[in-house]
Design a protein around this ligand. Structure first.
Ligand SMILES: [Zn+2]
Length: 125
């Protein structure tokens, strides 16, 4: 069982603050608990108005209020490795405007995406 160390949580808070979504800053980390500690983190990302790899930017700008969730950005960032691994763990946090953690259960779409990529353990703030 993975213990969610304070390091992961503070990394996630720092990552969430980078989000360009002012009212709802999320961050997600994907961890492989089978790996040694120093290389356990597979991907870290935050929610954004644009796909962070920039490939579909033009498409997204047409939809004014569309945002990419932190979980999706984290999966997209390292798809190949994530696809070829089992037993990965996803942790998601949401930081409110006071910098405090708030409720961040992944939405149904993100849960479905996790299922598709075999991520079965999810922690959230
Ligand atoms: Zn979502």
């Amino acid at each position: 069982m993975l213990k969610l160390s304070h390091n992961y949580i503070s990394d996630l808070i720092r990552t969430a603050i980078k989000s360009d979504i002012r009212i709802s800053k999320h961050a997600a980390i994907i961890i492989d608990p089978k790996r040694p500690k120093w290389c356990r983190v597979i991907s870290v990302s935050y929610n954004s108005r644009y796909n962070l790899d920039n490939t579909t930017r033009s498409k997204l700008t047409e939809k004014k209020h569309y945002t990419i969730h932190a979980e999706v950005n984290a999966i997209n960032k390292n798809k190949k490795v994530i696809r070829s691994n089992k037993g990965l763990v996803l942790c998601v946090v949401k930081v409110n405007s006071n910098g405090e953690l708030s409720y961040s259960e992944p939405c149904e779409n993100c849960k479905k995406m996790c299922e598709k990529y075999n991520i079965k353990t999810i922690y959230y703030s």
